[in-house]
Structures are given as structure tokens and as C-alpha cells.
Design a protein around this ligand. Structure first.
Ligand code: ATP
Ligand code: LTN
Length: 335
């Protein structure tokens, strides 16, 4: 119909509930989940089914999932603009993942660097889920006809695989899926570990000084920044080979909204002993309001439960439509 309002485009993303959500997750991904809500309808998820590709203690998984759920709302997911659900509450994800697995060549999965890295590290539990993980991720995205997928740089390859699956299925059956685009920030797409700035900041890092959790106290944040690994020079400039300083300048720049040349200028002539705590202060100030909102939300479990139930229902409705469309194309008899 001519007068019908145009349907808003969709932004979809997910985050694992496998540990403490950190500054890299925020600057690389969550910040854009929030920003994209202005232009797109958001569909966001705590992907607990992805989290069990690594062994999880049941109580910790439950606690981490609820904490992550409250924390993402505290970060700015707006429930009037986005659907925000817990992945295991919406059965269509597992159902579509089965079907998509039948359209994904084994060799393509074997080329995924995350699988290669994780399987090289976790020798004792290289399970099939770790291998088929990107198929579940494709199913998350394709179920909502997502246009954009805000993620950090490390997810680029998985996104490419999702696109390939969508294109392959479309090639066989006609237009089934919207082919999604990755949305990766130019600055902040790969925040590095404070303990080893050649590695990305990661939840799964064993070194407690590697990552700043969004819920770290100011005291802990200051200690971690003061002990951040840098280099043996004394110049605060963004330059190749200065991984630690580059990372700190990037973090400082995003949390203060100043660009990198402005940050370099501000600290010109000063030593690392002044710069590192200044970055710590800026990060602590930036996180304080998020932490305050988290405490309020997490303190009201009954309200949280009501929110995630309502949102699971909305997600089930949307994803159910896509699943029926796909099943029909494949040739399954209608239920
Ligand atoms: P793991 O330690 O298990 O690899 P993770 O810290 O990468 O976990 P995920 O839940 O896998 O966390 O990632 C959530 C989002 O955060 C993804 O979009 C991912 O690309 C992004 N992300 C993760 N680490 C970083 C980082 N260091 N810099 C920027 N973005 C990141
Ligand atoms: N694999 C992602 C998490 C994830 C995701 C998704 C991201 C699961 N499903 C769909 C974007 C879209 C990761 O960050 N490790």
C-alpha cells in the first residue's frame, strides 16, 4: 500500500553469557547496538546456547545470563526500540540451526579461525558445538531478517559465513533470507588486553589483569590501568609498534569523545605514570552511570523476569514467521 509506513530496518546482535562483560565488548559491539537503535529496530540476545560450547557451571551460567541481561539494559538497550531476549527461550534458533547445517559445507566450518584457536587451546573438550557454532550464529541473524550486525572485528569471518549460508539457500530456493552486513567500528573494533597488548581483550583470558569488566570497581579499574603493559619509550603517540599506548589512546579517545590527535596533544610531554591513571579515571567515570543503572535493574528480579518473558514472546513471534517460511521452501509438510 502506498501510504503504509516503511518497515524499519533491523539491527541484530548477540553476546555470550560466559563471563564478565568487558570494555572490549562494549566499545567493539554494545555501543553500536545502542547507537543503531535510533535508525533501526534492534533485536538483541544473550546467547546462552553459544556459551555452552565451553563447559559452564549451571549456577554460574544462570547468574551470568541474568547479570548480562540487566547489564545490557543498563548500557542502553531501549526496550521500546528493541526486542531483547535470552536465546534459549526462543526455540526457532535451534530449529533453524539444524536446517542451515544441512546447507553448510564441512570445509567452510573448518576454516573458521575461532574454531581453530579454541580447539587448539581447549584440548579436553573439542565438541561438535564448537565446530557448528557459526551455524547457530547464522540462524540467530537470519531469523530476524537482519540488515546490519554490530560486532567487533573478531566476528567478521563468522559474519561472512552467515552471508554465504544465506546466499547459498537463496540460490537454491529463491529469495528466502535477507543477506546481512557486518557493522564494525573503525576505532575500537579490536580492544587489546591490558596485560598483553598483542592479544585481544577477552572474557576467556586467564589473566585477571587483561580485561576491564564493566562492573569492576573504580579501585580495581585504577589498579589494572596502572599496571597496563606499554613499552620502554616515554612518548604518548599513536604509532606502529606501540601496541600498549595505541590501545590506551584508543580507549581514552572513545570514552572521552576526544579524537586521538587531541588526546596525544593533551598528554604531550607527560610520562606514562600520569597517562595510565588518567585513562583509568576516564574509564571509571564513563562506567559509573552504567554501574548505577545495573544495580537498580539487577536489584529487581521480578521486573527483570517479566521483561525477559515478554521479550522472548516477541522474539518467538518474529522468528516463528521466518522459520515457517523456510520450512515451506524446504518442503516440510505444514504443521
Ligand atoms: P571470548 O573470550 O570467549 O572470545 P569475547 O570476549 O570475545 O569472549 P563475545 O561474547 O564472544 O566475547 O563477544 C561479544 C561481542 O564483543 C562480539 O561482537 C565481539 O566481536 C565483541 N568483542 C569481543 N572482544 C572484543 C575486543 N577485544 N574488542 C572489540 N570487540 C570485541
Ligand atoms: N559469536 C558471537 C556471539 C553471537 C552473535 C550472534 C553475534 C552469537 N550469535 C549473532 C552477532 C550476531 C561472539 O561474539 N562470539
Amino acid at each position: 500500500m502506498a501510504n503504509q509506513p516503511q518497515k524499519r530496518k533491523i539491527s541484530f546482535s548477540g553476546i555470550q553469557a560466559s563471563g564478565d562483560i568487558h570494555l572490549g565488548n562494549y566499545l567493539g559491539a554494545i555501543k553500536n547496538w545502542v547507537a543503531l537503535q535510533e535508525q533501526y529496530s534492534g533485536v538483541y540476545s544473550i546467547v546462552d546456547m553459544h556459551a555452552i560450547t565451553v563447559r559452564q557451571d549451571p549456577k554460574s551460567l544462570r547468574d551470568n545470563t541474568l547479570r548480562a541481561y540487566a547489564l545490557m539494559i543498563a548500557c542502553g538497550i531501549d526496550l521500546n526500540k528493541s526486542i531483547f531476549f535470552i536465546q534459549s527461550h526462543v526455540p526457532a534458533h535451534a530449529e533453524l540451526a539444524w536446517a542451515l547445517g544441512c546447507y553448510t559445507p564441512f570445509g567452510e566450518l573448518g576454516r573458521m579461525t575461532q574454531f581453530k584457536d579454541k580447539s587448539a587451546k581447549g584440548e579436553d573438550n573439542i565438541n561438535a558445538g564448537l565446530f557448528t557454532y557459526p551455524i547457530l550464529m547464522a540462524s540467530d541473524i537470519l531469523l530476524y531478517d537482519a540488515d546490519v550486525v554490530p560486532v567487533g572485528e573478531d566476528q567478521k569471518q563468522h559474519l561472512e559465513l552467515s552471508r554465504n549460508i544465506a546466499l547459498r539457500v537463496n540460490g537454491i530456493y529463491g529469495n528466502v533470507f535477507k543477506v546481512p552486513e557486518a557493522f564494525i567500528p573503525k576505532v575500537g573494533g579490536r580492544i587489546m588486553s591490558l596485560a598483553d597488548p598483542t592479544k585481544k581483550m577477552a572474557k576467556s583470558d586467564d589473566n585477571p589483569k587483561a580485561a576491564i569488566a564493566l562492573l569492576d570497581t573504580k579501585d580495581v579499574i585504577m589498579k589494572k590501568f596502572k599496571s597496563a603493559v606499554t613499552d620502554s619509550e616515554a612518548e604518548i603517540v599513536y604509532r606502529e609498534g606501540k601496541d600498549g599506548i595505541n590501545n590506551l589512546l584508543t580507549i581514552y579517545s572513545i570514552v572521552t569523545g576526544k579524537d586521538i590527535p587531541a588526546a596525544e596533544k593533551e598528554f604531550s610531554g607527560m610520562g606514562y605514570g600520569v597517562f595510565k591513571p588518567a585513562v583509568g579515571e576516564a574509564v571509571a567515570d564513563f562506567l559509573a552511570p552504567i554501574q548505577k543503572r545495573f544495580d537498580e535493574l539487577y536489584g529487581d528480579k521480578a521486573q527483570l523476569e517479566q521483561i525477559y518473558r515478554e521479550n522472548a514472546q516477541k522474539a518467538a513471534e518474529e522468528s516463528g514467521k521466518t522459520l515457517r517460511r523456510v520450512y515451506d521452501k524446504i518442503g516440510f509438510v505444514p504443521r
